[in-house]
Each structure stands twice: as structure tokens, then as C-alpha cells.
Design a protein around this ligand. Structure first.
Ligand SMILES: Cc1cc2nc3c(=O)[nH]c(=O)nc-3n(C[C@H](O)[C@H](O)[C@H](O)COP(=O)(O)OP(=O)(O)OC[C@H]3O[C@@H](n4cnc5c(N)ncnc54)[C@H](O)[C@@H]3O)c2cc1C
Length: 399
């Protein structure tokens, strides 16, 4: 099948990217990004906000009106529905991301498991919510997952605890299977990935006979990800089940390198950004070539990789809304990519995190970190917002 379509997306066309924002709201976002651009100020704010929460100062309102409003869907699924519906009006899908981080207790793990199951049930009832997602450290203790991954002998108690983690993971995927909602598991630290891979491949064999309900994540900043991914793909073909996954570049680079250095093992991270980019883009080509046996999501804010996938879909004459292919970005970031892709009919989703203000703080400060300036230049987001404000002031001059 050959296509007549040409992929002509201009990510610099800010009108499409910001069409859901009034000029007033854009001005507010501009101020927010300007503040975030100031690394020194943000470092100071992080400590001040941490301190304020600790001693009970009323910062919640301020955070809620600024960072939280821009990057978070709401305090609960119900509270986030307005965001889901706003995105849906522009053909953008949502993936509800319950962002509970930090606390490690059995009660909390059970509660998170129940909440993730609620996101699966929510997705079942919303056409524009195609997946659910969760982190294994939301339902199990990092220390124990590391111990199992590294092959240490467990005590009887630890065995029981590990069984409870498996039971939670299975309960989530099982609910996805019952309701026909694909569920993705995020990738985290490389040193817990062996146990995760084991569990997830087992669940794929169980639940992916007809379609890819269980989906893993591959971080292409790992130099072994390409081989692992291909090996898992082969396993799925031999096992007669569908392979489901998302690819990301990877979010824990500094921690990974520091740990490898401190513990004296070879870093699992690629030597440079170009190597990560090369593998990321090569995997896009590989997955497209095997789209009959792979359901995949390309989760990135990288314009080049997004254009690559969009162009290949068109070149191969595949429908832009092919059910096995999704793009994804985070809510509040790279709207120029999301909205342009949705506008052209590609499948694209936003991760919409939700949770109480206090529990969202680690997530919010990671977004701040990504948007603050390293060398004094404006972040891409800030430049785009400024361009759109200029365009609105004199629309005929720019265009
Ligand atoms: C929808 C969504 C879901 C996500 N889920 C996950 C997840 O489950 N697990 C996870 O780890 N991350 C996840 N991320 C974050 C992701 O891994 C990246 O950190 C983030 O998206 C930035 O990468 P990029 O492709 O968007 O853009 P880019 O700006 O092109 O890439 C930045 C990334 O390149 C890599 N990189 C930068 N410098 C170097 C270097 N010197 N050497 C090697 N590599 C380098 C790093 O991974 C860095 O984050 C997710 C992101 C999105 C949008």
C-alpha cells in the first residue's frame, strides 16, 4: 500500500499548539516558565517550599495556582475529568497517571494498587483514555525489588512481601485484561529492571494472546535496551503472544551513572546523547517494521523522533490512527508536538498525572528541573510561548 500523503508538520506554528489557551492564560504560563528558567531561584524555591510544607506554612494555594495547575490534571480522577475532556476535544488522548511517590508501606502499596485499578476502570468508560499506567515502586518496596533483581537470598518474610508485590501487579494487569484496557508499566532504575522484565514477560504470556494488554517500557539511554527489546520481541513470537511496549529515552541518567561509579560497575548508560538518539530512532524503525506483532508507544518530547515516526507512518501508507501506534507527551509539556500530531490525525496521548498537592511535589520539581536553563538560554517551552504571544499581538507580521 503506497501513500500519497506528505508529512508536513511545522512545530514552529504556535497557533495550533496554544489554541486552547486564552492570551491571559498564556501570559500567566509565560511568567511561570520565566521563573522556572531561573535555576538559582528555583533551587532556592525548592528548599523554601519543602521547608514550608514541613513546618505547615500555607504554600499549597500558591503551588496549586502555578506549577500544579500547569502540570497536573487534578487531585483525583474525578477532579481531572475537565482536563481529559479538554484534551479530547482536540483529539488528544489521556493516560491517568497516579503519582504517589516516596512512602513505602504495605497499606500505601495496597491503596495505590486499588487506585491504579480505578484508572483501568475509568479508561474502560472513556473512549479517549486508551491506556492505564503504573510504577512498580508504587506497589512494592525498592529495596526488596533490588534484592530480588540481584539474586540475593530472601528471608521468609521477604518472600511473603515479594509475593504480595506480584499479586498487586497481577491484579492490575488482570483487571486490564477483563476490561480490555492495555496497561503500561513504567521503567525506573536499571537495577530493578530484571525482576520487572521477568514479571512483565510472564504476564504478557498470560494476558496478551489476543491483544497487547500488558506493556513494558524500554529506556533507550541504556546501551543494552535494543538487544533486550529484540530478544523480548522474539520471545513473544515464539510464545504466541503480542508484544506491547513504550519507548522512552530514560529519566534517571545522573543517578545511574553515580551509582555505577560508587559501586564500581560499568555504567548501563550510553556514552553520549547521540548514541541514545541513534538507538531510539533505530527502534522506531524496528517497531514499525514489525507493527503486525508489536503495539507500541513512542513517548518523547523530541521533535526529530516525533517527525521520524510520523514520516515513516505516512511513507509506509499506514493509517495515522493505526491502533498499534501511539505518540505520547507529558501534560503541560511540548504541546506543540501533541497538538500538531493530533491535528494531523495521529494517535497521541498525554500522561495526565494526578494527586494531592503535597504528594505531587517531587514530580513538579522534576518538571522544573527539565525546564530550567542550564546556559542562560530560554527553554524551548518559554520561547514557543513568547512566539505565540508575539503572533497574537501582530498576527499578520508572523505567519
Ligand atoms: C509520556 C512519557 C512517559 C515517560 N515514561 C518514562 C518511564 O516510564 N521511564 C523513564 O525513565 N522515563 C520516562 N519518561 C521520561 C523520558 O525518559 C525522558 O527523560 C524525557 O522524555 C526526555 O527525553 P526526550 O526523548 O523527551 O527528549 P530529549 O530532550 O531529546 O532527550 C533527553 C534525554 O536524552 C538522554 N540523554 C541526555 N543526555 C545524555 C547523555 N549525555 N548520554 C546519554 N543519554 C543522554 C536522557 O535520557 C535524557 O532524558 C517519559 C516521558 C514521557 C513524555
Amino acid at each position: 500500500m503506497q501513500s500519497e500523503r506528505k508529512t508536513s508538520i511545522d512545530f514552529n506554528d504556535t497557533e495550533v499548539a496554544f489554541r486552547d489557551h486564552s492570551t491571559n492564560s498564556l501570559k500567566q504560563i509565560c511568567v511561570l516558565f520565566k521563573v522556572m528558567n531561573n535555576r538559582a531561584l528555583m533551587n532556592l524555591s525548592k528548599h523554601l517550599v519543602d521547608f514550608a510544607f514541613t513546618v505547615g506554612l500555607p504554600v499549597k494555594g500558591l503551588v496549586k495556582k502555578t506549577l500544579y495547575r500547569h502540570f497536573v490534571g487534578g487531585t483525583s480522577i474525578e477532579d481531572s475529568i475537565k482536563v481529559v475532556e479538554r484534551l479530547a476535544r482536540r483529539n488528544v488522548c489521556s493516560i491517568m497517571d497516579y503519582a504517589q511517590e516516596g512512602e513505602e508501606s504495605e497499606d500505601m502499596f495496597d491503596a495505590t494498587c486499588r487506585e491504579v485499578i480505578r484508572t483501568v476502570e475509568f479508561a474502560r468508560n472513556h473512549a479517549r483514555v486508551p491506556f492505564s499506567v503504573f510504577k512498580i515502586t508504587g506497589v512494592g518496596r525498592l529495596g526488596l525489588l533490588s534484592k530480588v533483581s540481584e539474586g540475593h537470598v530472601l528471608t521468609g518474610e521477604e518472600h511473603a512481601e515479594y509475593r504480595r508485590i506480584e499479586a498487586r501487579v497481577e491484579a492490575i494487569f488482570k483487571r486490564g485484561y477483563e476490561l480490555g484496557v492495555p496497561v503500561m508499566i513504567d521503567a525506573e532504575q536499571t537495577w530493578i529492571q530484571p525482576v520487572l522484565d521477568n514479571m512483565v514477560m510472564g504476564m504478557m504470556a498470560l494476558y496478551n494472546k489476543e491483544r497487547a494488554i500488558v506493556q513494558n517500557t524500554y529506556q533507550m539511554y541504556r546501551h543494552d535496551s535494543m538487544d533486550r527489546l529484540k530478544q523480548h520481541h522474539r520471545m513473544s513470537i515464539e510464545g504466541g503472544f503480542k508484544f506491547g511496549l513504550k519507548i522512552v529515552r530514560g529519566a534517571y541518567m545522573e543517578k545511574e551513572r553515580e551509582r555505577a561509579l560508587a559501586m564500581g560497575y560499568h555504567s548501563p548508560i550510553q556514552p553520549d546523547k547521540a548514541s541514545t538518539d541513534r538507538d531510539f530512532n533505530e527502534v522506531i524503525r524496528y517497531m514499525l517494521k514489525h507493527v503486525e506483532t508489536i503495539d507500541f508507544m513512542v513517548a518523547t518530547h523530541n521533535e526529530e523522533s516525533s517527525l521520524l515516526l510520523a514520516g515513516l507512518i505516512d511513507e509506509q501508507g499506514l493509517p495515522r490512527d493505526h491502533p498499534s501506534i501511539y505518540f505520547a507527551q507529558l501534560y503541560g509539556m511540548s504541546d506543540h508536538i501533541t497538538y500538531h500530531l493530533a491535528d494531523r490525525g495521529y494517535n497521541v496521548a498525554k500522561y495526565v498525572p494526578y494527586g494531592e498537592v503535597r504528594t505531587m511535589m517531587p514530580y513538579l520539581f522534576r518538571r522544573v528541573e527539565e525546564n530550567s536553563s542550564v546556559k542562560g538560554q530560554s527553554s524551548r517551552e518559554l520561547s514557543m510561548i513568547r512566539a505565540e504571544l508575539r503572533r497574537r499581538k501582530s498576527p499578520t507580521l508572523i505567519s
